[in-house]
Design a protein around this ligand. Structure first.
Ligand code: CO
Length: 208
């Protein structure tokens, strides 16, 4: 990739936008009011806006390795708080993807230095769902299921926060767990039964 080309692309993009709307950037400058917070993986193949077909200003985005919502990650927690209490988003989406390198690494025995504590969170997801996962014989199916269960657990981590609990009861903020299938391009709603999950865990995590 030629870095200079990126600036040429940018110039083309500006004229393309101004061709259809002279006030395009003026309007962007005025502010943002996205209705969605998207938390996804940093993987270069999973380009959040493009796969959802949304425009600048429509989605607040946070990406890290394996779409984690770690309880003590100041960055992720700040994003959630800002999106929920200031931007007042209506939906929070945690979107994982099949063939995620982060999830794959967490399934293997290898010392990855600073990545170890990060990936350990995924190993914890494996431990929580060990009975189900160890029952799956096909390695690819097991890998894909761990991606899904990781999304589910990160959604639970979102719901553990007081800001989300408040918004959930005050204005029905909803949390969604999705997976992007790199092989087909399909975006899949895992249709996670949050009511059922919450019933079992809220006695522990309820803050408000
Ligand atoms: Co990934």
């Amino acid at each position: 990739m030629n870095i200079k080309q990126i600036f040429k692309n940018n110039d083309e993009w500006i004229s393309e936008k101004l061709k259809t709307d002279k006030k395009y950037f003026e309007n962007l400058y005025l502010g943002q009011s996205p209705e969605i917070l998207y938390i996804g993986c940093s993987d270069s193949r999973v380009s959040a806006e493009e796969l959802m077909g949304v425009k600048p200003g429509e989605v607040f985005v946070h990406r890290n390795i394996a779409n984690m919502v770690s309880n003590i990650d100041l960055s992720a927690m700040s994003v959630v708080t800002y999106a929920v209490t200031h931007l007042k988003v209506k939906h929070i989406i945690v979107c994982g993807h099949y063939y995620c390198g982060g999830v794959k690494a967490a399934m293997q025995s290898s010392d990855l230095g600073i990545l170890n504590p990060w990936l350990r969170n995924i190993r914890d997801v494996y431990r929580l769902h060990k009975d189900e996962l160890n029952f799956i014989v096909n390695e690819e199916e097991k890998y894909k299921r761990l991606v899904e269960l990781n999304v589910q657990e990160q959604c639970v981590n979102v719901i553990k926060t007081s800001d989300v609990q408040k918004a959930y009861s005050e204005r029905q903020l909803t949390v969604h767990g999705w997976v992007f299938d790199i092989k087909t391009g399909k975006l899949i709603d895992l249709k996670i039964d949050f009511d059922n999950i919450l019933k079992h865990i809220m006695e522990i995590y309820r803050i408000i």
